[in-house]
Ligand binder design. Structure first.
Ligand code: GCO
Ligand code: MN
Ligand code: MN
Length: 391
């Protein structure tokens, strides 16, 4: 592949959040290392990153929580102009239900009915704001929906309260004709000691119990499942198989560490490769959102390198996935390990009592079956060689 073919294209729907490239480098131990940029300036920065498709926001990334209506109008005007000037869209919006002290013990799952109502009210307003800019995906990340001690909250009530809020907000979206699809984002901890709906699978189990399951899906994030020590690719596969992968947060994370939000592909390249291969093989066509931020040491020129690098890594891995799929030796091994037998499959694929009887009588020799070759060392080495660029 020629070098310029790694250049990202709009068709890839690469997006960044205002809070990602606009991150000022604050951490729990130190203040900002970068001057804050206005939303319009962040859009200008992304406009300089070739192939970037869009920008997402929390309500308060765009409009500060205490802004006057007049201030809000000015910010929106500048933001809208920057979007137009830079040819960027807003595919996703979300609510900040974690930053303000009112949410210190949760939003939709708070023990206080007034705080739960305020969280729903704030989300309705944030949905109005997202719709104003054309967002069609609405993300729910329950950053404060959890506990440090289970003495504080009933975890069964928490699920019921969360469901109640989502059912209400689905109806609000329908009522307003917004056409949103809701995408739930799981995280096991940080900032809470324990967050409810800890993994993507928790939301996949919740969705069929909602009032409007069709409009609800998931927004898995690499780092969140890796924080829990899980295989992210398998979580995403479950979402794809259920038809629920509405959005994805791409970043990276060392296993067992704090929430690092590293540039996509920068920590676990092999996992990133299998993730990209999974998305590309299944023709994933929703936004590919980089929910990460540049190192605290970076200046804004380096932040652009971070944004360009995120997209470029994805493009390179997509090319590697193509190479893997086209590799004859790899395909030969896949053929060898995938043993097909139409006659036996016709008995085991769908139940019938006659078929079951035949299957019971089938001569399946376990000792012989166990001798089939599984050359996975070879297959994995070939995979690594594709990744290392020598094949
Ligand atoms: C995090 C989360 C957030 C969410 C965002 C959108 O770990 O802080 O990933 O960045 O993705 O709030 O809902
Ligand atoms: Mn995160
Ligand atoms: Mn995220």
């Amino acid at each position: 592949m020629a070098k310029q073919e790694y250049t990202p294209t709009k068709q890839m729907k690469f997006t960044f959040g205002l809070w990602t490239v606009g991150n000022v480098g604050r951490d729990p131990f130190g203040g900002p290392t970068r001057e804050p940029l206005s939303p319009a300036q962040i859009v200008d920065l992304l406009g300089e990153c070739e192939g970037c498709y869009g920008v997402n926001f929390h309500d308060n990334d765009l409009i500060p929580i205490d802004a006057s209506p007049k201030e809000a109008d000015l910010i929106k005007r500048d933001f809208r102009k920057a979007l137009k000037d830079n040819g960027l869209v807003v595919p996703m919006a979300t609510t900040n239900l974690f930053g303000d002290p009112v949410f210190k013990d949760g939003a939709f799952t708070s023990n206080n009915a007034k705080i739960r109502a305020y969280a729903i009210q704030k989300t309705m307003r944030a949905m109005d704001l997202g719709a104003e800019f054309g967002a069609k995906t609405y993300v729910f990340w329950g950053g404060r929906e959890g506990v440090e001690t289970d003495a504080a909250k009933n975890p069964v009530d928490a699920i019921k309260r969360f469901r109640e809020a989502i059912d209400f907000l689905c109806d609000y979206s329908i009522d307003q004709g917004y056409g949103y699809r809701f995408a739930f984002e799981a995280k096991p901890n940080e900032p809470r000691g324990h967050i409810y709906f800890a993994v993507t699978g928790s939301y996949l189990a919740l969705i069929p119990t909602l009032k409007h399951p069709i409009m609800c899906g998931v927004n898995p994030e690499v780092a969140h499942e890796h924080m829990a020590g899980l295989n992210f690719v398998h979580q995403v596969a479950a979402a794809i198989e259920a038809g629920k992968l509405f959005h994805i947060d791409l970043n990276d994370q060392e296993f067992g560490r704090y929430d690092q939000d590293f540039r996509f592909g920068s920590a676990n390249l092999k996992h990133a490769f299998f993730l990209v291969k999974l998305l590309e093989d299944h023709k994933y066509n929703n936004p590919r959102h980089f929910d990460a931020h540049a190192f605290r040491q970076s200046d804004y020129t380096d932040v652009k390198a971070f944004a360009n690098g995120s997209m470029r890594t994805y493009m390179i891995l997509a090319d590697k996935a193509k190479k893997w799929n086209a590799d004859r030796e790899i395909q030969g091994i896949l053929k060898e390990i995938n043993v097909n037998d139409a006659a036996i499959s016709s008995l085991s694929k769908r139940y019938s009592s006659a078929g079951a009887k035949k299957l019971l009588a089938a001569p399946l020799d376990r000792v012989k079956l166990a001798t089939a070759r599984l050359p996975y060392e070879k297959l994995d080495q070939l995979t690594m060689e594709v990744l290392m660029g020598v094949r």
